[in-house]
Design a protein around this ligand. Structure first.
Ligand code: GRF
Length: 204
Protein backbone atom coordinates (compact mmCIF):
# COMPACT_ATOMS: atom_id res chain seq x y z
CA UNK A 1 0.00 0.00 0.00
CA UNK A 2 1.53 3.41 -0.90
CA UNK A 3 2.30 5.49 2.16
CA UNK A 4 0.98 9.01 2.48
CA UNK A 5 1.94 11.72 4.98
CA UNK A 6 -0.59 14.41 5.88
CA UNK A 7 0.35 17.88 7.14
CA UNK A 8 -2.23 19.88 9.08
CA UNK A 9 -2.55 23.02 11.17
CA UNK A 10 -6.16 22.84 12.33
CA UNK A 11 -9.40 20.91 12.60
CA UNK A 12 -8.48 18.34 9.96
CA UNK A 13 -11.80 17.70 8.23
CA UNK A 14 -9.97 16.99 4.96
CA UNK A 15 -7.68 14.62 6.84
CA UNK A 16 -10.87 12.90 8.07
CA UNK A 17 -12.13 12.64 4.49
CA UNK A 18 -8.90 10.82 3.56
CA UNK A 19 -9.14 8.55 6.61
CA UNK A 20 -12.77 7.71 5.74
CA UNK A 21 -11.97 7.07 2.06
CA UNK A 22 -9.23 4.63 3.05
CA UNK A 23 -11.50 2.92 5.60
CA UNK A 24 -14.28 2.33 3.08
CA UNK A 25 -12.01 1.24 0.25
CA UNK A 26 -12.26 4.28 -2.04
CA UNK A 27 -8.58 5.10 -1.57
CA UNK A 28 -5.85 2.45 -1.69
CA UNK A 29 -3.24 4.04 0.55
CA UNK A 30 -2.01 4.10 4.11
CA UNK A 31 -1.51 7.29 6.12
CA UNK A 32 1.89 6.68 7.73
CA UNK A 33 2.00 9.88 9.77
CA UNK A 34 0.09 13.09 10.43
CA UNK A 35 2.27 16.09 11.20
CA UNK A 36 0.94 19.32 12.69
CA UNK A 37 2.90 22.54 13.02
CA UNK A 38 0.41 23.56 15.73
CA UNK A 39 0.41 21.75 19.06
CA UNK A 40 -3.13 20.71 19.96
CA UNK A 41 -4.55 20.96 16.41
CA UNK A 42 -7.94 19.21 16.31
CA UNK A 43 -6.83 17.01 13.43
CA UNK A 44 -4.29 15.30 15.69
CA UNK A 45 -7.17 13.76 17.67
CA UNK A 46 -8.78 12.51 14.48
CA UNK A 47 -5.50 10.85 13.50
CA UNK A 48 -5.04 9.24 16.92
CA UNK A 49 -8.62 7.97 16.86
CA UNK A 50 -7.79 6.23 13.57
CA UNK A 51 -4.61 4.73 15.03
CA UNK A 52 -2.28 6.89 12.92
CA UNK A 53 1.08 8.09 14.23
CA UNK A 54 1.12 11.82 14.97
CA UNK A 55 3.97 14.30 15.27
CA UNK A 56 4.02 17.96 16.19
CA UNK A 57 6.79 19.89 14.48
CA UNK A 58 6.30 23.50 15.46
CA UNK A 59 7.74 26.14 13.14
CA UNK A 60 8.38 28.19 16.29
CA UNK A 61 11.09 25.74 17.32
CA UNK A 62 13.19 26.50 14.22
CA UNK A 63 15.07 29.69 13.45
CA UNK A 64 14.65 29.46 9.66
CA UNK A 65 11.97 28.15 7.32
CA UNK A 66 14.53 25.85 5.71
CA UNK A 67 15.36 24.24 9.06
CA UNK A 68 11.64 23.70 9.77
CA UNK A 69 11.14 22.30 6.28
CA UNK A 70 14.14 19.99 6.61
CA UNK A 71 12.78 18.60 9.89
CA UNK A 72 9.45 17.79 8.24
CA UNK A 73 11.10 16.32 5.15
CA UNK A 74 13.32 14.07 7.33
CA UNK A 75 10.35 12.76 9.32
CA UNK A 76 8.45 11.98 6.10
CA UNK A 77 11.42 10.41 4.30
CA UNK A 78 12.20 8.28 7.37
CA UNK A 79 8.69 6.84 7.15
CA UNK A 80 9.09 6.18 3.40
CA UNK A 81 6.16 8.36 2.47
CA UNK A 82 5.48 8.50 -1.28
CA UNK A 83 3.02 11.39 -1.31
CA UNK A 84 2.51 14.33 1.05
CA UNK A 85 -0.98 15.81 1.40
CA UNK A 86 -1.39 19.31 2.80
CA UNK A 87 -4.76 19.47 4.50
CA UNK A 88 -5.27 22.92 5.97
CA UNK A 89 -1.53 23.30 6.53
CA UNK A 90 -0.97 27.02 7.02
CA UNK A 91 2.77 27.35 6.28
CA UNK A 92 4.48 27.84 2.95
CA UNK A 93 6.33 24.79 1.68
CA UNK A 94 10.03 25.51 1.09
CA UNK A 95 12.83 24.07 -1.00
CA UNK A 96 13.90 21.19 1.29
CA UNK A 97 10.39 19.70 1.08
CA UNK A 98 10.14 20.34 -2.68
CA UNK A 99 13.52 18.65 -3.21
CA UNK A 100 12.59 15.65 -1.05
CA UNK A 101 9.15 15.24 -2.72
CA UNK A 102 9.32 16.50 -6.31
CA UNK A 103 5.79 16.60 -7.78
CA UNK A 104 4.69 14.54 -4.79
CA UNK A 105 3.09 17.17 -2.56
CA UNK A 106 -0.62 17.93 -2.94
CA UNK A 107 -2.62 20.82 -1.57
CA UNK A 108 -6.35 21.52 -1.41
CA UNK A 109 -7.52 25.10 -1.78
CA UNK A 110 -11.06 26.50 -1.41
CA UNK A 111 -11.36 28.34 -4.73
CA UNK A 112 -11.12 27.66 -8.44
CA UNK A 113 -7.44 28.48 -8.86
CA UNK A 114 -5.85 30.57 -10.26
CA UNK A 115 -8.61 32.78 -8.82
CA UNK A 116 -8.20 33.78 -5.18
CA UNK A 117 -4.95 32.20 -3.99
CA UNK A 118 -3.78 32.74 -0.40
CA UNK A 119 -5.85 33.03 2.73
CA UNK A 120 -9.60 33.70 3.01
CA UNK A 121 -10.28 32.50 -0.53
CA UNK A 122 -14.01 32.21 0.14
CA UNK A 123 -14.23 35.80 1.43
CA UNK A 124 -12.19 36.96 -1.56
CA UNK A 125 -14.70 35.22 -3.88
CA UNK A 126 -17.68 36.89 -2.17
CA UNK A 127 -16.01 40.30 -2.21
CA UNK A 128 -15.17 39.98 -5.90
CA UNK A 129 -18.74 39.02 -6.73
CA UNK A 130 -18.03 35.83 -8.67
CA UNK A 131 -21.06 33.63 -9.35
CA UNK A 132 -19.10 30.37 -9.26
CA UNK A 133 -16.26 29.35 -6.98
CA UNK A 134 -15.15 25.92 -5.80
CA UNK A 135 -12.22 23.79 -4.73
CA UNK A 136 -8.92 22.85 -6.33
CA UNK A 137 -6.42 20.09 -5.62
CA UNK A 138 -3.02 20.88 -7.07
CA UNK A 139 0.59 19.79 -6.97
CA UNK A 140 2.72 22.07 -4.86
CA UNK A 141 5.56 24.02 -6.43
CA UNK A 142 7.42 27.11 -5.25
CA UNK A 143 4.51 29.48 -5.95
CA UNK A 144 1.71 30.10 -3.47
CA UNK A 145 -1.24 27.92 -4.60
CA UNK A 146 0.36 27.93 -8.04
CA UNK A 147 1.20 24.33 -8.99
CA UNK A 148 -0.35 22.09 -11.67
CA UNK A 149 -4.04 21.39 -11.11
CA UNK A 150 -5.10 17.77 -10.53
CA UNK A 151 -8.86 18.17 -9.97
CA UNK A 152 -11.40 20.93 -9.45
CA UNK A 153 -15.05 21.14 -8.46
CA UNK A 154 -17.30 24.14 -8.89
CA UNK A 155 -19.77 25.55 -6.38
CA UNK A 156 -22.39 28.17 -7.15
CA UNK A 157 -22.18 31.40 -5.17
CA UNK A 158 -25.64 32.52 -4.06
CA UNK A 159 -26.70 36.13 -3.57
CA UNK A 160 -27.19 35.66 0.15
CA UNK A 161 -23.95 33.73 0.73
CA UNK A 162 -21.54 34.77 3.45
CA UNK A 163 -17.94 33.59 3.58
CA UNK A 164 -19.10 31.04 6.18
CA UNK A 165 -22.02 29.60 4.20
CA UNK A 166 -19.95 29.41 1.02
CA UNK A 167 -17.07 27.76 2.93
CA UNK A 168 -19.42 25.03 4.14
CA UNK A 169 -20.65 24.19 0.63
CA UNK A 170 -17.11 24.27 -0.77
CA UNK A 171 -15.94 22.03 2.09
CA UNK A 172 -18.47 19.35 1.07
CA UNK A 173 -16.86 19.32 -2.37
CA UNK A 174 -13.35 19.32 -0.85
CA UNK A 175 -14.13 16.16 1.08
CA UNK A 176 -15.27 14.41 -2.11
CA UNK A 177 -12.45 15.82 -4.24
CA UNK A 178 -9.37 15.20 -2.12
CA UNK A 179 -9.53 11.38 -1.90
CA UNK A 180 -10.24 11.23 -5.64
CA UNK A 181 -7.25 13.46 -6.39
CA UNK A 182 -4.96 11.39 -4.17
CA UNK A 183 -6.09 8.26 -6.09
CA UNK A 184 -5.24 9.93 -9.37
CA UNK A 185 -1.77 10.97 -8.25
CA UNK A 186 -1.01 7.55 -6.76
CA UNK A 187 -2.06 5.71 -9.92
CA UNK A 188 0.65 5.10 -12.48
CA UNK A 189 0.83 6.82 -15.80
CA UNK A 190 0.14 10.50 -15.30
CA UNK A 191 2.53 13.10 -16.58
CA UNK A 192 2.91 16.83 -16.69
CA UNK A 193 2.62 18.48 -20.09
CA UNK A 194 3.76 21.98 -19.31
CA UNK A 195 1.53 22.84 -16.36
CA UNK A 196 -1.14 20.30 -17.37
CA UNK A 197 -1.67 17.18 -15.27
CA UNK A 198 -2.53 14.54 -17.87
CA UNK A 199 -3.62 10.96 -17.19
CA UNK A 200 -2.70 8.26 -19.66
CA UNK A 201 -5.49 5.94 -18.48
CA UNK A 202 -8.99 6.31 -19.92
CA UNK A 203 -10.90 8.93 -18.00
CA UNK A 204 -14.50 8.66 -16.92
C1 GRF B 1 -9.89 23.85 3.83
O1 GRF B 1 -10.87 24.75 3.39
C2 GRF B 1 -8.77 23.75 2.83
O2 GRF B 1 -9.19 23.92 1.50
C3 GRF B 1 -7.88 24.91 3.21
O3 GRF B 1 -7.93 24.94 4.63
C4 GRF B 1 -9.15 24.35 5.07
C5 GRF B 1 -8.77 23.24 5.98
O4 GRF B 1 -9.87 22.66 6.61
N1 GRF B 1 -6.54 24.76 2.69
P1 GRF B 1 -9.69 21.31 7.43
O5 GRF B 1 -8.61 21.55 8.48
O6 GRF B 1 -9.29 20.23 6.46
O7 GRF B 1 -11.02 21.07 8.04
Amino acid sequence: MPKVGVLISGRGSNLQALIDAIADGRLAARIAVVISNKPGAGGLDRARAAGIETLTISHRDYSTRDAFDTAMASALVERRVRLVCLAGFMRLIGQPMLDAFPNAILNIHPSLLPAFPGTDAQAQAIAHGVKVSGATVHLVNGELDGGPIVLQASVEVCDDDTAESLSLRILEQEHRLYPEAVCRVLEAGWRLVGRRFVRSVATG
